[in-house]
Every structure is written in structure tokens, then in C-alpha cells.
Design a protein around this ligand. Sequence first.
Ligand code: CU
Length: 207
Amino acid sequence: MKIFAYLLPLAFAPAAFAADVPVTVLDIAGKPVADTVITYTPDQGATLSAADRKGSFVVAQEDMQFTPKVLVIPAGSTVNFPNNDTVSHHVYSFSPAKKFQLPLYGHGISRSMKFDSEGTVAIGCNIHDSMQAYIRVVGTPYFAKTDAKGRAVLKNLPDGKGQVLVWHPLSTAKDGETLQPLIVNAGVKPLNFRLKVRRMSTAGGGY
Ligand SMILES: [Cu+2]
């Protein structure tokens, strides 16, 4: 019966704390910045689960654009690139995080590619220069992307200290990245960022 004396304190131990942290990203003029990727990495390190690493995502080719223009995925994920246009496209990237080519293919056809290395992968079409997109490959399960209102929520952040990394393709910060420490506890507050961003550089709706 003595064993209960040991079990009882465990039953009343507080559950591991986790927090959802809302994030708002505005530009210097106070306008929302959509397509900002926010990641959180605990100082003790982050681990992607086997399920995280087997994710499947989509960057479609529609109306002569990539949709979405910014995608965030855990390292190890696969991205499908369906061509929903009537014209053919040739998807490629020269980025060090993933150099690849998906040679010219037409309507109704999809190709896929696996992304194992963390970093930013700039995607283009060999035929249509205005088609541009970015795949942000991350090594933490805690990530989010801002909507048209510049809002996102980092979910289930574990109790403790860590770093928040904010990235946007048009950010003037080095590599488009801004780093800020964060302490996650019961008093954690929403995060607000002001980003200095360049104007969109192409007419085709890319970045
Ligand atoms: Cu194209």
C-alpha cells in the first residue's frame, strides 16, 4: 500500500504548460504584412515528429501564378506542384536549401519534390518570369504564417525560454529574418512586430 504515498503527489502535479501566442505583423506605415512566416524554437531545442516530417503540401500553378506565394513546411515534407493552367510551366529553384528542376509539364499534371534542408527555397518558372513563390523549410513544429490582416497564432508553445524568428520575402533585414527572444509562461503576451518591407517588385503578383 505504501506505493500510493508516491503516486499521490504525481496526480496533483501541474500539467505541462503550453500557450497559444497571437502574433501581429505590420509594416512601418502600420499596414498588415501577410505571408510572414513566424517560427518559435525553444532554447532546449525543437524536434520534428515522424508525422511532422511526412507532411504533404501543395503549391499550385493557377492563373499564371503560384498559389500560395509563401508556404511554410517542416523539414522532410513533400510539396506537390499541380499545373492547373492551360499552358505548361517549368518549376525550378537555385536556392542552396534545395536546387531542383521540374521540367516543362502541362495542364492536369502534378510533380512532387521533397524538402529535407532548412532554409528558404525561392521558386520560379523558367517560362514566366513573373511567377515567383517561396517555400520556407523549418526545423521546429511551432510555426505559423500571417493572413491578410497580418495575424497568426503560434500554437502549443512549451513553457520556457526560446527564440521567435520572423521572416518575410520582402523584409529588408539580413536574409529577411528578425530574431527575438521569448519567455513562454502563464503571463505570455501577444507579439507585435513592425517590419521594414520592400515594395512588390514584379507586375505578376509575385514577390
Ligand atoms: Cu510558367
